[in-house]
Design a protein around this ligand. Structure first.
Ligand code: UD1
Length: 364
């Protein structure tokens, strides 16, 4: 069986790594990796391949930045010849980025089997580009691997046949489990005992200059109570620079370049509180038991709120400050880890794929 993995943006790499490893043990499988080039900076891409011990991508489509339509169209037109030439039996796509939906559309048009890892997540907010990517990819996929039962419920509601859907757990947590010892090694000896770790990159947040100003003011308030460590995403950096903001650290806020996987995971394990608008970080903090304040009105990962450490604080800077204060006072909720977030999700995916391949072989 010839399997193609498509990755493109930072949050894809730690999801694909364990699936590649799990399928490697299956002798009847050949695999190749296509990187769309959506993320191309060393610290947004290459360093993840190195740290996650992934071989460099077999093919890089080098699409780079652009509007959503441009980026999606470029990926489609450059990925189609790859599928035609390499004829994969199955293409696996990950998460909800533009690379995910672009590759899914190519597969659907060519009649190539498609698997979606991290299927079924829904924020019900169609103003998020990722929600559109999730909805469309799931409609097109032949195999849908869900991280939690809410995914199965969402897919059933959208009329997707139950036979296609497999509840396997969270592959991102597979990587956390494997990399935790190495991540702990990266923790600097002089790291403050208590600190807030901040990330921010959603267009709905960072592309609204007035809101970004208010958020930075909130960080200044928080920085007076506890050091703030803030690795700045390229999109956020561009917006801050466009506003003439200094990227120098001040007021208890340490601004940094985007961090490699291990260094960021190491910081998460030790953070007193995480403030973020990321999807994956909501899950990682839930697994690690670290309080997470999500700067959004909704989440496609509600299990991190109902079971885990996540709290939606919306986009109200005062609420963010108040909730940080609450965490610092020691008032944190009792939490747990969702079922199947156990480090073995990729093995379950591999087992489903092997089962399908065996079924095809015996019936074909
Ligand atoms: C993308 C994903 C988002 C994911 C995020 C993680 C979509 C729709 N969004 O958002 O779901 O959470 O990645 O980072 O796919 N840039 C660089 N260097 C890079 C990559 C990007 O400077 O290596 C710049 C681009 O020029 C662009 C901006 O960052 O101006 C945003 O990049 P883009 O890939 O369009 O979306 P993200 O905001 O990163």
């Amino acid at each position: 069986m010839n399997i193609c993995h498509v990755v493109g943006a930072r949050p894809n790499f730690m999801k694909a790594a364990p699936v590649l490893r799990a399928l490697r043990s299956y002798a009847a499988t050949e695999q190749f990796v296509v990187h769309t080039g959506q993320h191309y900076d060393f610290n947004m891409s290459d360093v993840f391949f190195q740290q996650l011990e992934m071989a460099p991508p077999d093919i890089n489509l080098q699409v780079g930045s652009g509007s959503h339509a441009q980026q999606t169209a470029q990926i489609m037109s450059r990925f189609e010849p790859v599928v035609l030439e390499r004829k994969p039996d199955l293409v696996l796509v990950y998460g909800d980025v533009n690379s995910t939906v672009a590759a899914a559309l190519v597969c659907a048009k060519l009649g190539t089997k498609l698997g979606h890892v991290e299927a079924g997540l829904r924020s019900s907010d169609r103003s998020m580009p990722e929600e559109i990517n999730r909805l469309l990819t799931d409609q097109l996929a032949d195999l849908l691997f869900t991280p939690s039962v809410d995914g199965n419920i969402n897919l059933a509601r959208e009329g997707i046949s139950e036979e296609k859907v497999h509840l396997v757990g969270n592959v991102m947590i597979d990587t956390v489990v494997r990399m935790l010892p190495a991540a702990r090694q990266t923790i600097a000896a002089d790291l403050p005992e208590h600190f807030a770790l901040v990330t921010l990159h959603r267009p709905a947040n960072v592309d609204v200059p007035e809101w970004l100003d208010e958020f930075i003011k909130a960080l200044v308030v928080i920085g007076k109570q506890i050091p703030v460590l803030f690795p700045v995403h390229p999109r956020t950096r561009q917006q801050l620079l466009a506003r003439g903001k200094s990227l120098a650290s001040s007021h208890g806020i340490l601004l940094m370049n985007p961090l490699p996987y291990l260094e960021f995971l190491g910081l998460q394990t030790r953070a007193t509180v995480v403030v973020t608008d990321s999807g994956g970080i909501q899950e990682e903090t839930t697994f690690l038991g670290v309080p997470c304040l999500t700067v959004r009105e909704n989440t496609e990962r509600p299990i991190t709120v109902t079971t885990g450490t996540n709290l939606l604080v919306g986009r109200d800077p005062q609420k963010i400050c108040a909730e940080v204060k609450r965490v610092l006072s020691g008032n944190v909720k009792r939490t747990g880890v969702p079922p199947l977030w156990d480090g073995h999700a990729a093995e379950r995916i591999a087992s489903v794929i092997k089962g399908k391949a065996a079924g095809t072989a015996s019936t074909g």
